[in-house]
Each structure stands twice: as C-alpha cells, then as structure tokens.
Design a protein around this ligand. Structure first.
Ligand SMILES: Nc1nc2c(ncn2[C@@H]2O[C@H](COP(=O)(O)OP(=O)(O)OP(=O)(O)O)[C@@H](O)[C@H]2O)c(=O)[nH]1
Ligand SMILES: [Mg+2]
Length: 208
C-alpha cells in the first residue's frame, strides 16, 4: 500500500501529481509505480496526499480540486486549502509538478467557467506552479477518448488556454498526451526521466 504520512524525512526530489478530481492522477501513479494506489469511478477518491517513496525520491498523489461526488461543498473547500497548504509548505523540495487534465473534457469545462467569468481552476493551478518555480509537466490524460483525427487540434487548443503558443508540438518538453487506462504513459515517463537527468539523478531511472 502507498503511504499516507505528512511528515517525511530525507527527501531530495519530489514529484507531485495534481489536477481536478477524477482526471486520473491516481491511475497514473499506479501505472507509473505498479503500487496499489486507490483509484475510482467517482470524483473525490483521494482525500489526502498519498506517497510512494523510492530512496530519496517522493511521488505524491494529491487529492483533486473541484467537484467530488457525495462530498459537501465545505469539505471541498477544506480539501482545496489542504492541497494548497501542502504545496506551499513543501514548495522547496518539490522539483516537478505534473498537472493532470482530462483531455477529453478540459476544453468544455474551461468554456463553462469562462462563461461564468471565472478563472478555471486548472489554469489557476498552472499559474500557481509557475509562480512557485516548479518545473511543470502537463499530462493530458484520457486521450483514448479523443478521436485520433481531432487529437492535434484539441492539444493545440489546450495549450492555447494555458498560455502556451500553439502548435502543441512546440511544447513536447512540457506536454505529455497519455492514457493511463490503456497503460500508455510513455511520453510522461520520458519527460520525468528528462527531469531526473537534468538534476543529475539518472540513478533514479531504475524506479520507472
Ligand atoms: N478513458 C479513460 N479513463 C481513465 C483514464 N485514466 C483514468 N481513467 C478513469 O478515470 C476515473 C478516475 O481515475 P482516478 O485515477 O481515481 O482519478 P483521480 O484524478 O485520482 O481522482 P480523485 O482522487 O478523485 O481526484 C477512473 O474510473 C479511471 O479508470 C484514461 O486514460 N482513459
Ligand atoms: Mg485520486
């Protein structure tokens, strides 16, 4: 089982997985590590930061932002505060932030928020990660739900919303289209390895 502890000593490299509820953060952690991280059909499965540790490397699966089924609004706000507190408290040791989105519903959800004149929460988080100086990877998950002839255009529009000038292929260092469910996360793995390599931590490659 993955650990659920708040105080963890001796970590030199931390990678966080963050994003809206139900986008597949825990599925990615499970695929990446082979550990029995809890995943679920409804939003709001992960309610506390959940860790997988290898040596001095920590992978952290965060609870999701936003709607969670069967969870009260107030509780959602508490969870959101917890996430932001976790991120701010550990900002110094966090090297990489993987922002996970559901590629099949992202544009629709962003449109809904924009129609209400609100800043979509994913975009708010992306900006927070930038401000904190994290190296950001955008994992566009659930691409199995996007028609293959629409994939490039969808990825272009997603980049545009996050202030990355399209075409998305200019952002191959940042954007990883994946499908955790299909077990296809190789673009993400390769970006993570790139980050480990640039920190001279090739010794950690063996873990994924
Ligand atoms: N079609 C498809 N479904 C996926 C993919 N990845 C995950 N899912 C499904 O999405 C649902 C949510 O997955 P989780 O991994 O629990 O999502 P999460 O982001 O950890 O959710 P919270 O913990 O609630 O924030 C599950 O039903 C998964 O099977 C994918 O690549 N494609
Ligand atoms: Mg989860």
């Amino acid at each position: 089982m993955a650990k659920k502890t708040d105080e963890i000593e001796g970590i030199n490299f931390e990678i966080i997985f963050s994003g809206r509820s139900n986008v597949g953060k825990s599925s990615i952690m499970r695929e990446l590590t082979g550990k029995n991280v809890k995943v679920g059909k409804r939003p709001g499965v992960t309610l506390k930061p959940t860790h997988v540790r290898y040596s001095d490397l920590l992978l952290t699966d965060l609870p999701g932002f936003g709607f969670m089924s069967g969870v009260k609004d107030r509780k959602q706000d508490i969870v959101k505060d917890q996430i932001v507190r976790y991120i701010e408290k550990n900002a110094e040791r966090i090297n990489v932030a993987v922002l996970v989105i559901d590629g099949a519903s992202f544009l629709e959800i962003v449109k809904r928020w924009e129609e209400r004149n609100e800043l979509p929460i994913d975009i708010e988080m992306f900006e927070l990660f930038r401000e904190l100086g994290f190296d950001i990877i955008l994992a566009v998950n659930k691409v199995d739900k996007i028609k293959s002839n629409e994939l490039d255009a969808t990825l272009d529009q997603i980049c545009d919303k996050l202030n990355m000038l399209p075409p998305w292929k200019q952002w191959l260092d940042t954007v990883a289209p994946i499908s955790a469910k299909k077990g296809d996360i190789k673009t993400l793995k390769s970006l993570l390895r790139q980050r480990l390599h640039s920190e001279k931590r090739d010794d950690l490659f063996k873990y994924f």
